[in-house]
Design a binder for this molecule. Sequence first.
Ligand code: ADP
Ligand code: MG
Ligand code: MG
Length: 326
Amino acid sequence: VYLTGCTQNAAPTSRTSLDWLGTTITITVYDRVNSNTMDAVFSRIEDIHTKMSLQLPTSEISRINAAAGDSPVSVSPDTYYVIQRAMEIAEASQGAFDPTIGPLVSLWDITGTPYLPTQAELDELIPLVNYRLVELSPENRSVYLPLQGMKLDLGAIAKGYAADESASILRDAGVEHAILDLGGNIVVMGNKPDDSPWRVGIQNPFSPRGSHLAIYAAKNQTLVSSGMYERFFIQDGIRYHHILDPSTGFPAEAGIAGVTIISDSSILADALSTASFVLGVEKGMNLISRYPGVEAIFITYGQEIITSKSMNNQLNYTDEDFSNTT
Ligand code: ADP
Ligand code: MG
Ligand code: MG
């Protein structure tokens, strides 16, 4: 998802960071906002990155992983909270979303040096991917991975948390109109300053970045997408993307090219978008129907757009090559 045609009255304040939580983050505020508030938002994002990034050997997640099979690690309330929420969605999706996906993500290394694993290599790691094994202890906020080689990866949920936290800092500072873009996780605050809804483009999974197949008119909402177009490599004509099916160890192939979740909670939308991508239309719809106020837009390889309910008022289809159903 991305933004399209944002015209506004007042000159907005915009700030971009590179390389936090593996993505570019741009926050644009359409009200008066002092630079301390923007500083506070970006240091909060940096704080979350510092605690949860797998890229940093000193992060809390890296420390939990390093202690796998050895000892529990006590973590900050932030990290503990995100792990708890991840466990909740893992449970609800019966492991389609699984925060212990780390060993498989490392093996494929799609964002580093992509590698097509052998079946034997996958078979060896699949038993390590199992959220049910994680031992959480609320008293001392500790997390224990009981098997050596187990590895947490919050890549499918941490950006959503950072988005919610950023929006909440802005809201507390009196901001009413803003757009937060955390690498495609979008939060829109309020309406546009002219009181019309924000227009958020839904990426066409088969076209270059920035081509949309529909536009969603959003107000006080978050839109989070997962897609096969996001990160991938191609070998012998086959595309291998970055969302893995924990049960097979392979990139998830449930017929979905992209899915967008719409909600008022970005942490929930982030986890549900990844889960829905793995589950496919039927089971994915089933999952999101359990969360009041959450809606979904699935795009299949057959170029169908399937929505959780009729969104005619808010969703405008802009590409005739796609058919749509509810
Ligand atoms: P993006 O990273 O493009 O925002 P997602 O939110 O769907 O997309 O997260 C994908 C990332 O989450 C992967 O790069 C990987 O780190 C991790 N991941 C991959 N498969 C799963 C899964 N089945 N469950 C949980 N996390 C996953
Ligand atoms: Mg996600
Ligand atoms: Mg995401």
